[in-house]
Design a protein around this ligand. Structure first.
Ligand code: THU
Length: 134
């Protein structure tokens, strides 16, 4: 991931903040996911009056990509209107562990441009995986 590619992902994740459907929390989140081939899938959080049906931005982006047949991912950017770099929820960390390699990097950022790069494994050590089902 070079600086130009990272900037493009940050821009797409930030643009998603305006697409977020957040009438209840008023807390928009944006995500942009790059495949190894360089395709980008973006996503926002989509809330529901039945709060538990809310879909987070990260999962929107991941599910969009997987539903289009993608399975090989390179980099994820997540952003929000937070003081520091946004912190993905536990459900999204688990979904990342399902589709991303443990060493894949995720960039957590915010509108102010604060950045924290972290791996999938660092986000959820000991994630439950298919190998744990045997
Ligand atoms: N949210 C995300 O989109 N991603 C996260 O990782 C954290 C939480 C959303 C869900 C809900 O719409 C709002 O932020 C407040 O929880």
């Amino acid at each position: 991931m070079n600086d130009k590619q990272t900037s493009e992902l940050i821009e797409q994740a930030t643009n998603m903040l305006d697409r977020a459907y957040v009438p209840y929390s008023k807390f928009p989140v944006g995500a942009a996911l790059a495949t190894k081939e360089g395709k980008i899938y973006s996503g926002c959080n989509i809330e529901n009056a039945s709060f538990g049906l809310t879909n987070c931005a990260e999962r929107t982006a991941i599910f969009k990509a997987v539903s289009e047949g993608e399975s090989s991912f390179d980099y994820l950017v997540v952003t929000g209107d937070t003081d520091g770099p946004i912190s993905p929820c536990g459900a999204c960390r688990q979904v990342m562990a399902e589709f991303f390699s443990p060493g894949m990097k995720v960039l957590l950022t915010n509108r102010k441009g604060l950045k924290k790069e972290i791996t999938v494994e660092e986000l959820l050590p000991g994630a439950f995986q298919s190998k744990d089902m045997v």
